[in-house]
Design a protein around this ligand. Structure first.
Ligand code: NAG
Ligand code: NAG
Ligand code: NAG
Ligand code: NAG
Ligand code: NAG
Ligand code: NAG
Ligand code: NAG
Ligand code: NAG
Ligand code: NAG
Ligand code: NAG
Ligand code: NAG
Ligand code: NAG
Length: 429
């Protein structure tokens, strides 16, 4: 018979085995249950935490909310990125008297219009004016200056690369130093680079960045709170630094720490476009528009009072734009009269609008935002690519592609410049 037990197995052994197997089964099931429960509790408390963080935000006298559906961790980290009335008053010292008597009432409503959000009432005095009389100040004290980054003998500097980063992104900075920024040859070649930072409230971040600065001498830190909402402050203080300490460079590039930058291809383009870039900001640009996003779910949310006009005057994507130091100088000189605006690339465009002709935006070829083949990214046809993180960055750099070799000649070695990395004394943290 099929189900007859082998004769040598006693009933006692069988029951013992049954006992043992059911024990295994039960422990397994219990462990599984525990895991599921744990996961549930984790998620539950996690979202509860987010909710409570939000309600903290909502308690304040907030004129605009930056609440997005982004990843929860991002949300938690960016709770400081809410723009408050105090911020507005501090950062845009309106000469307009009315602004001081503005009261934001949460539930006053407005009819019609593109508003889809209760806290964006365009009360008269609180509307962002297009221009003002010396209301926006961006000469923040410097914490780490590295004024020697652009020191040369007779050599010209073709390009100073300003890389936006935050304190916690040490790995990205290192990957960039090891890959596309290595063409600066520790800031001795005809291309130079610095990383731009504000102040972090996390003390150990301040210390680790200071250590990095001692090692590499390529950190520029100004004294403002480093946050998404404050990127415009980073742009303006970065341009100020470039004009002050790298004013003899021919071009500057503003880019981010999640970018691939093909420096030789970029040099090709800026050389070709030299005449234009004297007064144009170049990159992935929209020459007019778009409309501000009035949905508080958007990362680029702009409440009505922060920008009452229906459209932006275009902008060049902050992922990578280039121009001359001449344009940088003009932007700096006009920016005190252009009130703060939180989207840094739009802010630059507003400054250019204020400067008027011949200053303008210009689309440049080669600036792509898509992921593509490694060798294509290294070819002449690509200057920048977005969302490239350290592992891929290193892979792209390591890829051997025929075409790329011809461009390396564009990077010249510094004329026997001694890199004197000066160690500034830090005020703070
Ligand atoms: C909001 O502002 C008013 C007047 O400035 C102040 O009295 C009130 O305490 C503020 N509320 C909060 C939550 O900060
Ligand atoms: C958020 O901040 C914490 C510490 O302040 C940091 O460990 C974490 O990496 C940050 N997360 C993101 C997504 O930036
Ligand atoms: C605002 O401007 C006035 C004069 O225009 C000046 O006295 C005052 O100190 C400024 N306030 C801030 C916070 O910059
Ligand atoms: C604002 O809200 C308060 C209380 O919620 C209510 O009494 C008042 O009528 C509201 N005002 C307007 C203009 O809706
Ligand atoms: C976002 O806008 C919606 C209406 O469009 C509103 O109900 C919601 O309260 C807003 N969220 C925050 C956090 O302000
Ligand atoms: C806003 O200002 C305009 C002109 O300055 C005026 O006509 C209008 O009545 C004001 N509205 C309010 C609500 O104060
Ligand atoms: C700089 O250029 C001058 C003349 O153009 C030359 O005499 C001098 O040796 C150069 N100095 C360096 C450090 O190259
Ligand atoms: C740059 O500096 C690092 C360490 O500070 C060193 O290992 C590397 O060899 C230097 N590279 C060049 C090209 O001088
Ligand atoms: C921007 O920086 C200023 C100066 O440090 C600070 O007072 C303000 O709180 C910051 N704003 C945000 C939204 O982080
Ligand atoms: C605004 O942002 C939201 C969320 O990211 C998006 O769904 C919407 O299409 C955007 N609206 C405009 C006009 O760009
Ligand atoms: C790369 O660009 C340079 C300058 O624009 C040009 O001379 C060269 O022919 C280009 N090479 C390729 C392979 O397109
Ligand atoms: C590189 O060049 C060699 C010959 O010079 C050729 O066999 C090879 O296919 C090329 N590789 C690529 C990726 O173009």
């Amino acid at each position: 018979m099929l189900c007859q037990f082998p004769s040598h197995v006693s009933l006692r052994t069988i029951s013992r085995r049954v006992l043992i197997y059911s024990f295994y089964f039960l422990t397994g099931a219990a462990a599984l249950c525990y895991l599921v429960l744990e996961l549930y509790i984790f998620q539950h408390t996690y979202s509860a935490r987010v909710v409570s963080e939000n309600s903290i935000i909502n308690e304040g006298n907030v004129t605009s909310q930056f609440i997005s559906t982004k990843r929860t961790q991002d949300l938690i980290n960016e709770t400081q990125t809410v723009l408050t009335v105090k911020d507005l008053k501090r950062m845009q010292n309106f000469s307009d008297d009315k602004s001081n008597s503005v009261e934001i009432t949460r539930n006053s409503s407005i009819s019609g219009d593109t508003l889809d959000h209760q806290q964006t009432q365009p009360l008269n005095g609180s509307l962002r004016p297009l221009t003002c009389d010396g209301c926006f100040h961006t000469d923040f004290p410097v914490l780490l200056e590295n004024s020697a980054v652009c020191k040369t003998g007779n050599q010209t500097i073709d390009l100073i690369m300003l890389v936006f980063t935050t304190h916690d992104k040490e790995k990205r900075r290192q990957a960039i130093r090891d890959t596309w920024a290595s063409v600066t040859k520790n800031n001795t070649a005809n291309v130079r680079h610095v990383f731009l930072l504000g102040r972090s409230s996390v003390e150990h971040f301040m210390h680790s960045v200071e250590k990095e600065h001692v090692l590499y001498g390529d950190i520029v830190m100004h004294d403002f709170a480093d946050s998404f909402r404050n990127l415009t402050l980073k742009t303006m203080s970065g341009l100020r630094w470039a004009v002050k300490h790298c004013g003899h460079a021919r071009f500057f590039l503003k880019t981010d720490d999640d970018m691939w930058v093909n420096v030789p291809a970029l040099l090709n383009i800026v050389n070709e476009e030299q005449a234009n870039l004297n007064t144009a900001l170049g990159g992935v640009c929209r020459i007019t528009g778009p409309e501000p996003n009035r949905s508080n779910k958007s990362r680029y949310f702009t409440p009505y009072n922060a920008y009452p006009q229906p459209t932006y005057p275009g902008f060049c994507s902050g992922t990578g734009y280039v121009s001359s130091l001449n344009l940088a100088r003009h932007v700096i000189s006009v920016s005190p009269d252009v009130p703060f605006f939180h989207l840094e690339d739009v802010y630059l465009s507003l400054c250019i609008q204020r400067l008027g002709k011949p200053f303008r935006l210009k689309r440049l070829k080669g600036f792509v935002q898509v992921k593509s083949d490694k060798c294509r990214l290294k070819s002449n046809s690509t200057t920048t690519a977005h969302r490239v993180y350290p592992p891929r960055l290193r892979k792209i750099w390591a890829a051997s592609c025929n075409e790329s070799h011809e461009h390396t000649t564009l990077i010249r070695q510094g004329a026997a410049i001694q890199t004197t990395v000066t160690v500034e004394t830090q005020k703070g943290p």
